[in-house]
Design a protein around this ligand. Sequence first.
Ligand SMILES: C[S@@+](CC[C@H](N)C(=O)[O-])C[C@H]1O[C@@H](n2cnc3c(N)ncnc32)[C@H](O)[C@@H]1O
Length: 273
Amino acid sequence: MAEKGKENGVAAMAACYQGFDPAAYLQYNYTPPRADFERTDSIVPWKLACLHRAFTEGDVSGELLVDIGSGPTLYQVLSGCEIFKKVLLTDFLEVNRQELRRWLQGEESSNLDWTPYLQHVCKLEGRRPSAWTEKAAKLRQVVMGILPIDVHRPQPLASDALPSAGADCLVSCFCLESVSPDLAAFTRALGHIGRLLRPGGHLLLIGALGESCYFGGPGVRTPVVPLNEEQVCASLKESGFTLIRLEVYTLPQDMRVGVDDVTGVFFVKARKD
Ligand SMILES: C[S@@+](CC[C@H](N)C(=O)[O-])C[C@H]1O[C@@H](n2cnc3c(N)ncnc32)[C@H](O)[C@@H]1O
């Protein structure tokens, strides 16, 4: 009975995602004011700064970085692509995998111009903004694949997708809380993705605080597990991670643009026990 309930909750989430619209999602979340590179209090520059710091502190290393639930976005691997020789992107939906493929294959038809993102991360790295073309080439060179994933399965990726030792690092942004029907499912999903990581490997997790829903497209209202910092820390502990750092961003009023009810964002750097 309890097992059936769990399955129903997960199936209802999967049904919501059938209406996900990559172009609208990018427009809602990855253009100004949320992606305003002139403002230090804009959400996207905050996320990019957290990722830049985490990847360049010297403790994150290895061969393989896996991004969990990439969606149609690339910002989350713009720092990591300089550290790891191999990067795998993953998503549940073919429309998102297609969006990523289009950019990686150099097609003009991407729904978002990633140039300001590439330029901004070059600046964080102390490079000329004009080095963005080199960063774009680097990213295209290191991405080894764009794979289907389901974080609700104990084995989220195909069995032969990763080397047997697992990945050296995972990054995941706004995925687990936006695809889970409740906190227990969020924690289980965290445990599932933890199995993809080698012991001692790092997890960089970004997610929404206090969010109960977001729009994945016009009229596509998707429920989210409203999380607080204590719950994130408890789920990490229960899933076999040691927390290194938790940072919190509070959304300024004008960043609350009516596409969700998020109040804050957390950034976690953790290590698998
Ligand atoms: C809120 S979006 C986050 C996208 C991107 N990572 C970002 O930072 O904006 C949630 C993503 O989770 C994906 N997703 C939905 N169900 C999933 C599942 N069961 N397992 C893994 N990913 C899933 C969706 O397709 C979507 O791309």
